[in-house]
Design a binder for this molecule. Structure first.
Ligand code: DGL
Length: 290
């Protein structure tokens, strides 16, 4: 059995890369739904149904755990899939023909867990897709982190609807992208000048890190601003999960392989993914059955 890693497009590669550094021994199946990206401007119903189709596809391909390496899917679909879809279809003992156990894990919880230890001012900024921002998942999860503390964290959110399209079209490191980097970072910092920690709440955004860091260096006005990217956090959280759940760990095959699947053109995916991962990648185009 394999570990499935799913994203609307290329963003999940930033998570997969870190997971494979921490857990290189397992076999992985990456699925990018590039043909339907971006997800972050869609409604709940659409994001949920696309995500469920992808998760079911990965389970059919022999995955026992699927990581939603996508904040939008984690914010909009994870809970419903865990509560409504997993129990009926995939839990052990509930269907004679279905023996394997299956689970779906998200990226938001492992990310917010580190925020209190990083921020000094308690003022935190979230950059994410419009769907993740409107879900308020980060605000709710960070509120839970503040429970029992004397001071609550002050959280500001900024939607960045143009960042994912720039990355999906391979324009993200070109000079034209600077305009949109400035637009959203300026808007976030204008909401709360005390922000000292920015969470990249979309798995695509680490691909913009060189430009984000450059902007922060030129505009921080003497302040030190921490930027939290999710890959390493999700990787450590998965490692911990597998340590605590031998029923999953023992089912996983250990060939150290990774197959890349995309719903768009395979050559185009392979070319971009090789650039992002700085390693040769070959990909297969698939059709997700509905
Ligand atoms: N990478 C995804 C995320 O973390 C989604 C981007 C999109 O498709 O809008 O939110």
């Amino acid at each position: 059995m394999k570990i499935g890693v799913f994203d609307s497009g290329y963003g999940g590669l930033t998570i997969l890369d870190e997971i494979r550094k921490v857990l290189p021994e397992y076999d992985y199946l990456y699925l990018g739904d590039n043909a339907r990206a971006p997800y972050g401007t869609h409604s709940f119903e659409v994001i949920y149904s696309y995500t469920l189709q992808a998760v079911e596809y990965l389970f059919r391909q022999g995955c026992t755990i699927v990581i939603l390496a996508c904040n939008t899917a984690s914010a909009k679909a994870l809970r419903t899939i865990q509560q409504r879809d997993l129990p009926g279809r995939w839990r052990p003992g509930e269907g004679a023909a279905i023996k394997e156990i299956r689970n779906v894990l998200g990226v938001i919880r492992p990310t917010v867990e580190v925020v209190p230890s990083v921020t000094r001012t308690g003022h935190v900024g979230i950059l994410a897709t419009p769907a993740t921002v409107s879900s308020e998942s980060y605000i709710m999860e960070l509120d839970k982190m503040s429970e029992g503390q004397t001071t609550k964290m002050v959280v500001s959110q900024q939607a960045c609807p143009m960042w994912v399209p720039l990355i999906e079209s391979g324009e993200h490191l070109n000079p034209g992208a600077d305009w949109f980097i400035d637009k959203y970072l300026r808007a976030l910092m204008a909401q709360d000048p005390l922000i000292d920690t920015i969470v990249l709440g979309c798995t695509h955004y680490p691909l913009l890190l060189p430009k984000i860091r450059k902007w922060l260096t030129s505009n921080r006005q003497g302040k030190e601003i921490n930027v939290i990217a999710q890959g390493g956090l999700v990787a450590e959280s998965l490692k911990d999960y597998l340590n605590r759940h031998p029923e999953y760990r023992t089912q996983l095959s250990k060939g150290g392989t990774c197959r890349y699947l995309t719903t768009e053109n395979a050559d185009r995916f392979a070319q971009s993914a090789s650039l992002f991962l700085q390693a040769p990648v070959s990909a297969e185009q698939i059709i997700i059955d509905h």
